[in-house]
Design a protein around this ligand. Structure first.
Ligand code: SF4
Length: 299
């Protein structure tokens, strides 16, 4: 029995078969790194803009070709081009089109998914993304992390909740699916903050959520805080309980894209349980079963 809406099942129902994502590095930067919004980036963000596992190659089409060349399994025939790291709408409209087009080069690609910051969405960009919806499933992933503006300042995200709401409304206007990222276990946050973040998200028309666990990677400001004993990551049990809160209180219609962070093994400082995705997924399954919990039952 499915106790929450799993992404894999959603994609299978939508496309009639198993559908996988191709993670692409579009060669973007981020306004929170180049000084136009902030310097140094969000305190948890790694040097590669949270895209360590992407097989980087300068040319986007080559990345896609490399992916298909190395995909030997016959289990999937449909794929979504996923622009993952840094801010994938942070460029001119012309360049954005060139970059998105250079990923859509194979008939097996049925979707385009774009991760970005809410303050890097405007109507022209949304119109461009919408133009792909004639042929592809399109989706935009928006960072939020927390609805606590003080946390937003502390983690140096350099956008506001209002930016997030504006971006969601604009994407809703053009019927583009929105997936929101939140992070559980951010510095100074309690379960109260998680509750507020869930309430805030539930006020918006979003179609999916990615729940990340807060983890510390090398050469980040979060690492410095950790080394100075100014930040303690959650234990696995604490994380599972917070994650359960999110799952049971979030809108039951939205799709759960992930319930853990994807910590790069060679860069992870703490917590070590973050490397064991199965502990998180199985832990949630076990608790939901034991307590007979379902997604959105307290929505
Ligand atoms: S907005 Fe994203 S890419 Fe930019 S610094 Fe923050 S986490 Fe990194």
């Amino acid at each position: 029995m499915e106790r929450y809406n799993h992404l894999n099942n959603y994609l299978k129902n939508k496309f009639g078969e198993r559908t996988l994502k191709i993670c692409i590095d579009g060669g973007f930067s981020c306004p929170n790194r180049d000084g136009s919004k902030g310097i140094g980036g969000c305190i948890f963000c790694s040097e590669k803009g949270s895209g360590e596992h992407i097989n980087y190659a300068n040319n986007i089409s080559i990345q896609v070709k490399n992916y298909f060349a190395s995909y030997k399994s016959k289990r999937a025939n449909k794929f979504i081009a996923y622009f993952q790291n840094f801010t994938n709408t942070y460029d001119t409209i012309e360049n954005l089109k060139l970059k998105y087009d250079s990923a859509l080069i194979d008939d097996r690609i049925v979707g385009l998914s774009i991760a970005t910051r809410p303050d890097c969405i405007n109507e022209d960009i949304v119109k461009l993304i919408h133009s792909y919806s004639k042929k592809y499933y399109v989706c935009v992933e928006l960072g939020l992390q927390s609805s606590n503006e003080n946390t937003g300042i502390f983690i140096n995200r350099c956008y506001s909740n209002k930016d997030f709401s504006n971006a969601v409304f604009l994407l809703n206007k053009y019927n583009i699916d929105v997936v929101t990222h939140i992070i559980v276990g951010l510095p100074n946050e309690t379960l109260e903050d998680i509750k507020n973040t869930v309430n805030f998200i539930n006020l918006h028309n979003i179609q999916g959520i990615k729940i990340h666990s807060c983890y510390i990677v090398k050469n980040t400001k979060l690492e410095k805080l950790y080394q100075e004993s100014k930040y303690t990551p959650l234990t696995l049990d604490e994380y599972l309980n917070s994650c359960l809160y999110v799952l049971t209180h979030i809108n039951p219609n939205i799709v759960i894209h992930r319930i853990s962070g994807d910590a790069p093994k060679d860069l992870l400082i703490a917590p070590s349980w973050n490397l064991h995705k199965k502990w998180i997924i199985n832990g949630i399954d076990k608790l939901m079963k034991e307590k007979n919990l379902f997604q959105g039952m307290y929505y």
